[in-house]
Write a protein that binds this ligand. Structure first.
Ligand code: MN
Length: 144
């Protein structure tokens, strides 16, 4: 149970599924995807309503939101060298609550914003100048 977190049913069954389905579609179309995922904050809502901060007598934290950074490349070799300013990078942060939009695209943000929120340095194997370009953008590509 080290790689699962409590997630609101609507967020999990609707918004996240749509994103995962879209990622599978990209992979089936000849792409490879690098995906990093994690959680942020504390306090989400489940089917019981209200806000829950912990489960199992405080042993499990209910996150406030869940995020992903997705790098999309055509299938190939030497992936780091193939990342350039045109590479599509999707960053999202989706609230962990029942009242949620089903279109995951509504929750896109820049990698920079996610770095500020999480304290992580994403895409750190890419050059600093390229990170500056890729991380300041908010993805506007198709979502399904
Ligand atoms: Mn970075």
């Amino acid at each position: 149970m080290t790689n699962i977190v409590p997630q609101s049913p609507n967020s999990n069954r609707d918004t996240w599924v749509a994103l995962e389905t879209y990622c599978r579609k990209l992979a089936s179309a000849g792409n490879e995807l690098y995906i990093v995922a994690g959680v942020l904050g504390q306090g989400g809502s489940g089917s019981n309503g209200g806000t829950t901060k912990t489960l199992a007598e405080g042993k499990i934290v209910v996150p406030e939101s869940l995020w992903k950074v997705i790098v999309i490349l055509p299938v190939g070799d030497n992936d780091i060298e193939r990342i350039d300013s045109g590479t599509r990078v999707i960053a999202i942060k989706i609230p962990n609550r029942q009242s949620i939009k089903s279109n995951w695209g509504e929750y896109r943000l820049s990698v920079n914003e996610l770095e500020d929120l999480t304290g992580y340095d994403f895409l750190s194997n890419v050059s600093t100048s390229l990170q500056k370009q890729l991380e300041s953008r908010v993805d506007k590509g198709e979502t399904y």
